[in-house]
Design a protein around this ligand. Sequence first.
Ligand SMILES: [Zn+2]
Ligand SMILES: [Zn+2]
Length: 434
Amino acid sequence: MNLLILNGLVVDPANRICKKADILVENGKIVKIGKIQNAKCQMPNAKVIDAKNKIVTPGLIDIHTHLREPGHSDEETIASGTRAAASGGFTTIFAMPNTHPPIDSVTGVKFVLMTAMHEGIVNVLPVGAITKGQKGEELAEIGKMKNAGIVAISDDGKPVMNANIMRKALEYSKMFDLPVISHCEDTNLTKDGEMNEGYISTVLGLKGIPRQAEEIIVARDIALCELTDGRLHIAHISTAKSVELVRDAKKRGVKITAEVTPHHLSLTDKEIKNRNYDTNLKVNPPLRTEDDVKALLHGLADDTIDCIASDHAPHLAEEKQQEFKIAPSGIIGLETTLPLVITKLVHKKVLTLSQAIEKLTFNPAKIFNLNCGSLSIGSAADITIIDLNKTKTIDKFESKSKNSPFIGMKLIGFAITTIVGGKIVKENGKIISD
Ligand SMILES: [Zn+2]
Ligand SMILES: [Zn+2]
């Protein structure tokens, strides 16, 4: 089907476009952007989408999604996770490899790609494990997985605690131009930790996780990145000092990039007290303090932090409804990322609309060498149409899991239409999956 998207404000940071324009899509590809005269007469069979008063952007990319398949299909599947992605305006998502078993081989990578092809409604790009079984002991078959289609390697969920293994991962992945995504956590310091260590953890009587647990590994990985000249991407950066470390490393020319989650940008450890130990506030790394949030916002604005990523981590209600100590860490994020970015960053003028879209499209594409993230002529028509003024209270999800601290929150700015390769997968707020 051919598509005509008329009268939208086109925001495409990759091509430095921010203007009112029409877009013509033929055979799944973008063929024209600009004023299309008598469009409806020229293309009588095209489906017309009126994007008046709406923003039209490249399809959003989430570089940090946990899909739980294989192993925990009760929490999420590739099918349900991609529906959640489409609903949130994402047309491409990374599948993190900490499934059961972990994605550490060609077989695992092929399983994700095949399942996504048959059951997914957005593009799924697998991330391979750094080490076999994510045990941190022996490198996984990185080169073979790269040939099978991985876009990065990560032991996310866990750090690579052995510095020598991390050194080898950075050295070896360099041969394939694969970024190493680091989950920065010194597990000797975080053991049994429940929340950020500080005044609030003391008041609540919860075991604290010191910020240094993250910062030590950020500093170590920067050192290893300099030693190897590899490519390092820091996942879910959460402390002021970590931001400073990345900023300094970038100034020295280290090949480092970083992402931040919407929850670390919008919530603090105080909420755990305010909301009476709500386990939907238990995340890893933990929610930090107001000063950290300020530093993260500053880091985003000055491009120290390159991307915003959901760290979508589905968990069953019965798992989350346990005492704080036992409940697993993580929250779902695919369907709240964009509205949080628009509400908390764009409407509050922390970032311009174009900067925000860049951190969800062009920057991830650039870092991970992806063939998407722009509205360039000839590229696949992955497009998101956003209503900046749509207001909604967060209540329902496409995701199988519902573990979100944002339920009941009124947000402004949502994706209303999502197009993947010229195919509409969400229209007027509804998922269209066949
Ligand atoms: Zn992680
Ligand atoms: Zn994660």
